[in-house]
Design a protein around this ligand. Sequence first.
Ligand code: HMG
Length: 407
Amino acid sequence: MKATGIDALAFAGPRGYVEMAELAQARGVDPAKYLSGLGQQRMAIATPCEDTVTMAVEAGARALQQFDVDPAEIGTLIVGTETGVDHSKPVAVYVHELLGLDTRCRTFETKHACYGAMAGLTASMDWIASGRARGRKALVIASDIARYGLNTPGEPTQGAGAVALVVAEQPRLLRFDPMRIGDYTRQVMDFWRPLYSKYAFADGHYSIRCYLEALAGARADALAGRESVFDELAACLYHVPFVRMAWKAHHRHFELAADDTLDPEHHETWQRFEHSYRQRVEPWLSLNAEIGNIYTGSLFLALIDLLRQADATLEGQPISLFSYGSGCGATYCIAEVVNGAVAWHAQLDPAEHLAARRRLTIGQYESLMHQTEHADRAESLDPSSYDLKGGLYYVGTAEHQRRYARR
Ligand code: HMG
C-alpha cells in the first residue's frame, strides 16, 4: 500500500472581519455567549467581489508556490464546496484555468455540506494508491462562505475562507493510515440550503446531536473492532463550526474511548478529560476562533494551526481527524505527522494575512450582506469600491457569464 497524505497546505480568506463582541452588542446579546459560549473571537466576512472561486484560487496558488509544487504535477483537482457559483459549472473548472493547470488534469467539484473536501481528500488518496496517478499529485481545495443571515441563531457561526491541500505519495506533512479511515452516512435534516436561498437553514441543537452521533459511527468504523489508540494521540482535530463544538466533540470522543459516560462529579476522570482537551485540542483552535466557520475547510484550518505551532516532538506522532458534513456524512481517520513537517511553519502560517485584515463595523457588515444578495446578477462590480486591490476578484456577470479579473 502506498503511503499517501498531505504534502502542502495553505489558507486564503477575505479581507474583512467582524468582532464578535461588537456583533453581540448590536444584537442585544451578552458578549460572553459568543466569546465563551460559542468560543468565537472574530468572523471573516466576504465582499461581493470575494467568492468561492477567488478564495480557492488564492489558496491553491499559495499551496503550490510556498511548497514549490509545479502546476504540471497536478493530475487531479477537486474543489469541495457547498457554496458553488453555478448550478452546472463547477468552481473547480474556473480554478483549473486560473491556476494554469494542464488539460489532462481531471477536475470536478464535490458537495456534501462541510464534508466535501474530506471526500476529495480520501478520493485523491485512493486515486494515488490505485496507481492511476502515475506519480502525479492531487490538489484538493475547500472553499466556502457560511451565511445564515442577519439576526438568526446561526449568525454568530458564519465565516469565509479556503484551504488548499496538495495530496501526494511520500507527503511532507501528514501521512494517513489507510486501515484506520472510517465512514458514516445518514439522511438527516439538520442543516440544508434550498436552491432558492443564499442562506442556510439549520435545526441548530439537533445538528449538534447529529454531529456527535456521526463521530461515534465513523470512529467505530475506523476501529473496526480493534483497540482504541486514543491514549497515543498527540492531537485530536475536529470539524469546527464554532470553537465550543470541538469541546463537545472531544468530550464525546473521550467517553467513547473510555466506554463510559463522563460525570463532572467524578473529579479525577473529569480532570483527566479537561487535561486531555487542553493538551490535544484547545491549542489548535485559534484560527477557527479568528475566522469562523468556513464549512469544508474548518477541519483543515485546525490542521494548519497545529502544524504552524508543531515542534519536533510532534513528528512521528499519530493524530485523529474528524470531518462532519450535515445531511449527513462523516469520516474519522488516524494520520501521522511526518518527520520534517516542522520545517514548513513559515509556509503554512496565515498570520500575515490575518494581520492585514480590516475590521468592519456592524453597519458595514450588514450592508455587505445585503449587497451580496444581488451580486450574482450585478453586471459590473468594482473591487476598489470595497478597498480591494492586489488580487483576483469577481467583477460581475455579463451575458450570464461570471467574470474574474486581477486588480
Ligand atoms: P443558540 O440557541 O443561540 O445558543 O444556538 P445556545 O443557547 O445553545 O448557547 C450557545 C452556548 O453558549 C451554550 O453553551 C450556552 O450555555 C452558552 P453549551 O451549553 O452548549 O456548552 N451561553 C453562554 N455562555 C456564557 N455566557 C452567556 C451565555 N449564554 C449562552 N451569557 C447554535 C447555538 C450553535 C445551535 C446556533 O448558533 C446554530 O444554529 N448554529 C448553526 C448550526 C451549527 O453550527 N451546528 C453545529 C453542528 S452541525 C455542523 O457542524 C455542520 C455545519 O458546519 C454545516 C455543514 O456541514 O455544512 C453547521
